[in-house]
Write a protein that binds this ligand. Sequence first.
Ligand SMILES: Nc1ncnc2c1ncn2[C@@H]1O[C@H](COP(=O)(O)OP(=O)(O)OP(=O)(O)O)[C@@H](O)[C@H]1O
Ligand SMILES: [Mg+2]
Length: 312
Amino acid sequence: MTDIVTITPNPAVDLSTVVDKILPVAKLRGQSQRRDPGGGGINVARVIRRLGGDARAIYPVGGAIGKLLRQLLDKEDIASHTWMIAGETRENFFVDEISAGKQYRFILPGPRLHEVEWKQCLKLVAALEPFPRFLVASGSLPDGVPDDFYAQVARIAKQRGARFVLDTSGPALAAATAEGVDLIKPNLREMRELTGSEPSDAYAWEVAAKQLVETGKATVVALTMGHLGAALVTRDEVLRAPPIPITPRSAVGAGDSFLAALIWRLASGASRADSFRLAVAAGAAALLHPGTELCRPDDVARLAGQVTIETA
Ligand SMILES: Nc1ncnc2c1ncn2[C@@H]1O[C@H](COP(=O)(O)OP(=O)(O)OP(=O)(O)O)[C@@H](O)[C@H]1O
Ligand SMILES: [Mg+2]
């Protein structure tokens, strides 16, 4: 049985290439081309699959790019639950500039969803049979979708006795946490927006995360702090993980890889500390290789041995 279903309201096909140098006006000849499925929940499902688990993905399909997205996920052996929309699924564009060792990421807005289209997603979720134990929603909301969309998903999950996991930002995150969710994975920017505060150090950030737990906004806060590491905060414990020393070659996918490993291990019955260890390793592993590639399982296994978990 699949225990994990991900939801991606604004998925993408990520097109990436490599050029020597970025210059205006000149024709910049790409040395390669690559298309990957993209969008928060879709990446979470892909990482879980890579790590040896199983996750289904719910997302809208629009036009030719939408069909391509579905085919790309079929190739990765990820089961899709889709519905058709009138607009065209978006493409994002990534360019690695070799001479400067820089990566440029162009994120496009994607289609506007009509009311009937986003409501169809809620119907699809409510009709999942068997209902998964973990429902993981991740990514931005497309235009036309109300800020309380994820709050509505949280309510469905609650009614069905599933754990609702959310990785998003801004008003959508605020509305869902007002409803109460099981696990959120804010980075520092998202925490700042959500709490309206600017803690001065890692300890103060953990206190802010603890307040979210104590006020019922989330049962677990997985606070990720980029190169500063991460903390896993619940009512009765705070686990801290200093970062693994790595040289980042890419800026893509650390958050999605972290969340995927965390949920996969938790769903498999591992302890919070063990799940957190693998998550920190997966976040760092995502950054080891240039381009849009997600974490590689051998890197995750190797780096997991380097993660230290401290109890506050
Ligand atoms: N430079 C780094 N060095 C070591 N580990 C890192 C680095 N950047 C990220 N990580 C690991 O990956 C985790 C998730 O990264 P981050 O906090 O940047 O998530 P995010 O902002 O959601 O990322 P994304 O841009 O993918 O959405 C971090 O908590 C950390 O464990
Ligand atoms: Mg993120």
